[in-house]
Unconditional design. Structure first.
Lengths: 86, 204
């Protein structure tokens, strides 16, 4: 591994999950002493959690969902003459 | 009057069952209804997460289900219904974003990433210490605009992983990429986001 560069790449590509135990151990050891890579990992976690909050399922309002469900099902069951959007 | 909100889990309701594929192939109205009710909110959210405005996200959602219903007789049940739907959505989003010409030429993110490290692989521009709360609030303020600059395939890899919380195996099927390619897409999306946030003054 080429130090921080490879650790940063492995973390950002979700590559740790598929890595062997030896590589995972090396990354863990690296993170113990490298505060820059720990910060990098923390930043990516924050970006992920803010994204989940921003596009939370609760932001999908039920009136829109019900209307779309009805339109889609009317199309599917042949109750509508209007073609679906392309 | 405040909007009534719908409560769904991140993974949506799983409606796959042993006989569902057959019912979908037969375009059984009850099966169609189950699928639409279970997955429409998730598809709409992912369309919005893909950067489409509300109207376009609704159109793409409708169009995704129209294609799903049209192609129902070909559904063999080898993948989950959700995987199939997200695959259709991905192609619709790519088409919609192409029409809006959002995938304009952008800087070579790999080169920008490499510039952050010296020849020995050490950081040349390490992440600076920023208070976690401050960082989160700045990300919140800028995330939508920064994500807008991410090319479609990278963005959808990010949306499926971070927002929809799908596992990598399912995302690879949806995007029709290998595990290695998915890692590259995700790394590029995250690198673009970090650098965009940095350019917006998140760093000293």
């Amino acid at each position: 591994m080429r130090g921080c560069r490879d650790v940063a790449y492995l973390i950002a590509s979700d590559g740790l999950a598929g890595a062997g135990w030896a590589r995972r151990l090396l990354v863990r050891l690296h993170l113990l002493y490298c505060r820059h890579c720990r910060r990098h990992m923390a930043e990516l976690r924050t970006i992920g959690s803010v994204s989940r909050d921003t596009w939370d399922i609760a932001s999908v309002d039920s009136a829109t969902v019900r209307r779309l469900e009805k339109e889609v099902l009317d199309q599917a069951l042949g109750k509508s003459d209007r073609p679906p959007p392309e | 009057m405040p909007d009534e909100r719908v409560s769904y889990g991140a993974g949506g309701d799983v409606v796959d069952g042993p006989d569902l594929a057959g019912r979908i192939r037969a375009r059984d109205p009850d099966a169609m209804q189950e699928v639409v009710r279970a997955y429409l909110p998730q598809i709409l959210r992912a369309a919005r997460g893909a950067g489409l405005d509300d109207q376009l996200a609704e159109d793409v959602t409708q169009s995704t289900f129209a294609t799903f219903i049209e192609s129902a007789p070909r559904f063999e049940g080898r993948s989950r219904v959700r995987t199939w739907l997200f695959g259709i959505l991905y192609r619709k989003v790519a088409e919609a974003r192409r029409r809006r010409a959002r995938d304009h030429a952008v800087e070579d993110i790999d080169a920008v990433f490499e510039q952050q490290f010296d020849s020995g692989g050490g950081w040349t521009r390490p992440p600076r210490p920023v208070d976690a709360e401050v960082y989160a609030s700045e990300v919140r303020r800028n995330i939508e605009e920064c994500l807008d600059a991410v090319p479609t395939k990278q963005r959808m890899a990010f949306v499926f992983r971070e927002i929809e919380e799908l596992d990598s195996e399912e995302i690879c099927k949806i995007l029709e990429v290998t595990r290695t390619n998915f890692g590259v897409l995700l790394h590029r999306a995250r690198a673009r986001l970090r650098i965009c946030l940095e350019d917006r003054g998140l760093r000293e």
